[in-house]
Write a new protein. Structure first.
Length: 292
């Protein structure tokens, strides 16, 4: 699980000041006082690995383009929506699958090994925490590296599906424009129209990435499991998330209800700023390695 020793990729990271020594000290105290730390991460922890986020001011997907992620209902209902989604994903996958964890991912893995981190919940679908070696972890919104059939539930690896795409589309070519947070790229409708999408090898059903699309819900079983891990914890750290999506925000509300101290590390405002014990406006990969 090596990580590139090169300097972080700051293309998609909002500008911010270096960590303030006073803030470093405050976060150090927060972490030192925690015995069973519950950590929630969002897109802001992966931007330093070269993966853009949705909401960062000026450089997030929503600021740069009018593109919006695929909606769950549209994907299920519309064959052309699936064709468009998979064509873009097919083009983006080779690059997306190669992204590597950065220093922030490795620090959280180390905290787990030391027994400091009780449970990690990530809202990301990029598998970077897994690549870093984290094990006490829940991928709240699933992972792009898996695919399943909506009809029979059969599962395959996304890398395996890439081979099926290549076999079905031997002469299909397209030029991509830009890259989106979930691994797809931008293509025109003309480019997409001849792209062939494979069906499930077992039943001929619809294949979908093993992630929660916008408009879909996280399973009640997973939510209950995460609430149990939070109940066992004594503090909460949010790293790289504005917590705009309710599926993650609900756990911060639960932590507040339990009167747990909450620290937030994120460039820019978050939904927790008015009740967090500590708010830090720094890069995750710059500040977290300073904490011992």
């Amino acid at each position: 699980h090596s990580v590139s020793r090169a300097s972080p990729n700051l293309t998609f990271v909002p500008a911010c000041l270096p960590p303030d020594p006073v803030e470093v000290e405050e976060l150090q105290r927060f972490v030192s006082n925690s015995k069973r730390l519950f950590v929630m991460t969002g897109a802001g922890i992966s931007t330093e690995s070269g993966i853009p986020d949705y909401r960062s001011e000026g450089i997030g997907l929503y600021a740069r383009t009018d593109r919006r992620p695929v909606q769950h209902a549209e994907f299920v209902r519309s064959a052309s929506a699936r064709q468009r989604y998979w064509a873009r994903n097919f083009m983006g996958w080779p690059q997306f699958s190669l992204h590597q964890p950065n220093k922030a991912h490795l620090v959280l893995r180390d905290w787990e090994k030391l027994g400091k981190l009780h449970w990690l919940v990530t809202q990301n679908v990029d598998a970077l925490h897994t690549k870093a070696g984290s094990q006490r972890m829940t991928e709240l919104h699933g992972c792009m590296h898996g695919v399943f059939c909506l009809a029979c539930g059969d599962r395959i690896l996304r890398s395996e599906l890439q081979e099926h795409f290549e076999a079905l589309n031997p002469t299909w070519k397209a030029e991509a424009f830009g890259v989106a947070p979930d691994g797809d790229v931008f293509l025109t409708d003309e480019q997409v129209c001849n792209f062939q999408v494979p069906a499930c090898r077992k039943c001929g059903g619809i294949l979908k990435p093993d992630v929660t699309f916008f408009g879909d819900t996280v399973s009640q079983e997973k939510i209950s499991f995460v609430h149990q891990r939070l109940a066992e914890s004594d503090s909460m750290l949010v790293a790289g998330s504005s917590m705009q999506v309710y599926s993650g925000y609900r756990f911060a509300l639960a932590a507040r209800e339990k009167k747990l101290p909450i620290a937030v590390l994120n460039i820019g405002p978050t939904r927790l700023d008015h009740f967090a014990s500590l708010k830090l406006n720094s890069r995750c990969g710059e500040l977290l390695p300073l904490i011992v």
